[in-house]
Design a protein around this ligand. Structure first.
Ligand SMILES: *Cc1c(COP(=O)(O)O)cnc(C)c1O
Length: 386
């Protein structure tokens, strides 16, 4: 049924589905708004119950609308299978718990997504699982942190406040040589701009809430990987925790996914224009965007990434109140968390390391005209910073 599309570009993978004989050729898989599936005979029921994920039995396991999205995401990411979850955090916690057990040790990159760090560094402690956080920019830091009981290296490249990269191929090789599994949060780059599985990473997680859904109207998450790892996760963390994606949400996400490659191309271009403009401003002392030649890992970024997305940050010596006044003055950048939708966003953060305190402004460049955004930035700066 699924003809081999491995040669197709992401544009084609996102836009094209094989003709679907099950749904009268409906161009989108309908929303299967049902919790259970009934059987004509008890014999068929008994057969399905032997493998509930391979049949349609119950929507906590296998719903056709959700399954369609999972197959599409697995294909786009270059994985063998995928499972969708109610949020990025539901996907991340399930992925982590599928590869560790009591007494294990995890090495995680510094500055990973905050709730992920809290889950690894604090929550898992009560199950006897310990995490060491490392500066992920040097492979030697990972090597030194590995212990005999290390079972997982957790990556996020780049991190989404300070935009530090990890060398994924080297990390994957190191992990494989020691029987350690690797998970990467690929939310920033999306499959359009980074394919970690092709570099040897075991499991990819995404917050679907961001670029993949792309319209700031739903939450979701996904885990993608080999059939072996995904089967284990599907039968345990997916089925037992029950933090699944609803069919309504899956249909919304599929609608967003159709234009992901198109949106990412635009986000890349607009994000670069705004980052280049910010890098020339006197109030920006350092711009954290891997696409800028001034980024300390720009060379690695060019080798490893297929493209750049439009979330970046800059550091400033300006007092916090003035930076916040500037952010408030902005017309097109809304103040808020999250990113990946159509709308530009801004927030001002204090990042502490030791006794140094850095003021980091995070900007998300949406789908507005970048020249309007640049004018907005300059107008607000003239009123508050300059
Ligand atoms: C938002 C985000 C998450 C968590 O996703 P939710 O859908 O909010 O649970 C994880 N990782 C990154 C990098 C994120 O930006």
């Amino acid at each position: 049924m699924n003809k081999d599309q491995s040669g197709d570009s992401l544009y084609t993978k996102a836009a094209h589905d094989p003709y679907d004989t099950r749904h009268h050729g409906a161009i989108n898989v309908p929303v299967y708004q049902n919790s259970l599936f009934a059987f004509e005979t008890h014999e068929q029921f008994d057969l399905a119950m032997q493998n509930v994920l391979g049949h349609h039995v119950y929507s906590r396991g296998n719903n056709p609308t959700v399954r369609n999205l999972e197959e599409k995401l697995a294909e786009m990411e270059g994985g063998e299978d995928a499972k969708c979850f109610a949020s990025g955090m539901a996907a991340i916690t399930a992925a982590v718990l599928s590869v560790v057990q009591q007494g294990d040790h995890i090495v995680c990159v510094n500055h990973a997504y905050g709730p992920t760090r809290e889950f690894l560094g604090s929550y898992l402690v009560k199950f006897g699982i310990e995490t060491t956080f490392v500066d992920g920019t040097e492979l030697s830091n990972w090597e030194e942190a590995i212990k005999p009981n290390t079972k997982l290296m957790y990556l996020e490249s780049p991190t989404t406040m300070t935009f530090e990269l990890q060398d994924l191929r080297s990390c994957a090789q190191l992990a494989a040589s020691k029987g350690i599994k690797t998970i990467i949060d690929n939310t920033w780059a999306t499959p359009c701009h980074l394919l970690p599985i092709t570099l040897g990473i075991d499991l990819v997680v995404h917050s679907i809430t961001k670029y993949i859904s792309g319209h700031s109207d739903c939450l979701g998450g996904v885990v993608i990987g080999s059939m072996e790892l995904m089967t284990r996760l599907s039968n345990s963390e997916y089925m037992l925790f029950g933090g699944i994606m609803t069919p309504q949400t899956a249909a919304l996400v599929m609608r967003g996914l159709r234009t992901l490659p198109l949106r990412m191309e635009r986000h890349q271009r607009s994000g670069m224009l705004v980052a280049e403009h910010i890098s020339k401003q006197p109030y920006a002392v350092k711009v954290h965007h891997p696409g800028l030649p001034t980024h300390p890992q720009h060379e690695l970024a060019l080798q490893q990434l297929i493209g750049f997305s439009s979330l970046f940050s800059f550091e400033s010596f300006e007092p916090l109140e003035r930076l916040k006044a500037w952010a408030t003055k902005l017309q097109y950048f809304k103040i808020g968390v999250s990113w990946g939708g159509f709308e530009s966003l801004v927030n001002v953060n204090v990042v502490r390391s030791g006794d140094t305190e850095r003021h980091i402004v995070r900007l998300y460049v949406g789908l507005e005209d970048p020249q309007d955004l640049i004018r907005d930035i300059d107008d607000a700066a003239a009123a508050t910073l300059l």
